[in-house]
Design a protein around this ligand. Structure first.
Ligand SMILES: Cc1cc2nc3c(=O)[nH]c(=O)nc-3n(C[C@H](O)[C@H](O)[C@H](O)COP(=O)(O)OP(=O)(O)OC[C@H]3O[C@@H](n4cnc5c(N)ncnc54)[C@H](O)[C@@H]3O)c2cc1C
Length: 388
């Protein structure tokens, strides 16, 4: 008899996991339960679509590499029943991390880790950076690292490709909200839906994004994850910046060319948690614009055109995803949460890992053991070092 896996949440993590389950074991019945198919409050689709290997934990580097491999084969990978794959508008301009006095040590040691993990990289001293990118202010910098094979894409097109692939493999989706988990004898036996139905399952995957903690808490798993407001701004300038890489500094300023202007974010990690979609009308002018015009002074003024808000599922413990199941405790309940701004680029690989673990009991493609919940129980944080 075939096994049933229910996936709670149909964002990019839920869809990727469902799709990978069908790849790893086509006999599984896989049903996604998504409470809102308009995705009005989901993080997926609000993001900027950046994909980078500039991490410091080998798992995160491997997860990004996995996604880049899919992108390299995208037209074939995402073509379903002869239909062409969605156009990703992939911009392989690279990712550039820049560092000043305070964080240059991290940048150097991370550079070594990334090289050891096989990332192609280029190190720039400030004068070399100025030669390559004359628009960038370098007087307060001590160095920079370029990962030339990274870039950014249209997040909705990427999500669309994953969804189509999942449905092509037989994944089903139902618009329904999960209220509670049904349990018996240290097993999750299914879910109870807001519309009154109860669905039975052999395995349940919690991919509910910012709401994942509510679901996990029902069986005593306390995920240290909370929604965190994150603004993104689209601004225009007189000069085209289409040649620039996706540039980030340790303060969180992230800039990339977008639609003739730039898309820019400067994460306020101290913003109180909560489902807050409000837009601070002063944030761009008071915080972002000065930082942007400091970093790109020759460009002149950047005029804000639009600001939008999405939510990070911020892991307040160490800023990295929490993935897997808990040994000896409702072992047929899996989760992937707390992506803290990396979930878009890591969904496919995490989905693959979860699928392998569910089907075979072990990770095969990428070992995600270090991202397990156990580190929270043991109070052993596993953070990124330097730029997050
Ligand atoms: C402004 C911004 C920029 C970003 N930029 C990047 C980037 O450049 N690169 C990157 O990798 N990441 C980026 N991210 C992060 C990325 O978007 C997220 O990590 C990723 O989308 C998380 O996907 P998810 O599927 O876990 O969550 P979501 O997309 O939030 O999906 C969770 C889904 O679960 C559903 N759900 C919740 N509770 C229930 C329930 N009880 N029953 C049924 N369904 C339920 C929700 O409706 C939702 O659709 C950015 C995020 C923001 C906000």
């Amino acid at each position: 008899m075939s096994q049933t896996v229910l996936v709670i949440g149909g964002g990019i993590v839920g869809y990727s996991t469902a799709m990978q389950l069908k790849v790893v074991d086509p006999r599984l019945d896989v049903l996604i339960l998504e409470r809102d198919l308009t995705y009005a409050t989901a993080a997926t689709g609000k993001g900027t679509g950046g994909i980078r290997q500039l991490f410091t934990r080998p798992e995160n580097i491997a997860l990004s590499k996995y996604t880049l491999e899919v992108l390299n084969d995208w037209n074939h990978w995402a073509s379903v029943n002869g239909d062409a794959a969605p156009d990703l508008a992939w911009q392989p301009n690279g990712y550039l991390f820049i560092a000043g006095e305070y964080d240059i040590g991290h940048l150097r040691s991370n550079y070594q880790t990334q090289r050891d993990c096989g990332v192609e990289l280029q190190w720039f001293e400030p004068d070399e950076l100025a030669q390559h990118y004359p628009d960038i202010e370098v007087t307060d910098l001590k160095g920079a690292v370029l990962s030339p094979n990274d870039g950014w894409l249209d997040p909705l097109a990427f999500f669309d490709g994953i969804k189509r692939k999942a449905h092509g493999l037989g994944v089903q989706i139902d618009e329904a909200e999960v209220d509670t988990l049904a349990t018996r004898d240290n097993r999750v036996t299914g879910v109870e839906l807001h519309d009154g139905r109860t669905l039975a399952a052999d395995v349940v995957v919690n991919a509910a994004g910012t709401r994942a903690p509510h679901i996990a808490a029902q069986i005593g798993i306390e995920l240290p994850v909370e929604p965190m407001r994150r603004h993104e701004h689209y601004a225009i300038a007189d000069v085209s910046l289409d040649h620039l890489p996706f540039s980030k500094d340790v303060a969180g300023l992230a800039i990339h060319a977008h639609a003739g202007g730039v898309s820019v974010g400067l994460v306020d990690f101290d913003h109180p948690g909560g489902e807050d979609f409000s837009i601070d009308p002063d944030y761009y002018a008071a915080v972002v614009q000065p930082a942007l015009e400091h970093r790109l002074p020759k460009v002149g003024h950047f005029i804000e055109q639009r600001t939008w808000t999405g939510l990070y599922d911020q892991n307040r413990f160490d800023g990295n995803a929490i993935v897997g199941n808990v040994s000896g405790h409702y072992e047929n309940f899996y989760f992937a949460a707390g992506f803290s701004g990396h979930g878009f680029m890591h969904a496919l690989g995490v989905g693959r890992g979860l699928a392998e673990h569910i089907v075979t009991g072990t990770y095969q493609t990428i070992d995600l053991t270090n991202l397990a919940y156990q580190r929270i129980v043991d109070e052993r944080p596993y953070p990124e070092l330097g730029i997050r």
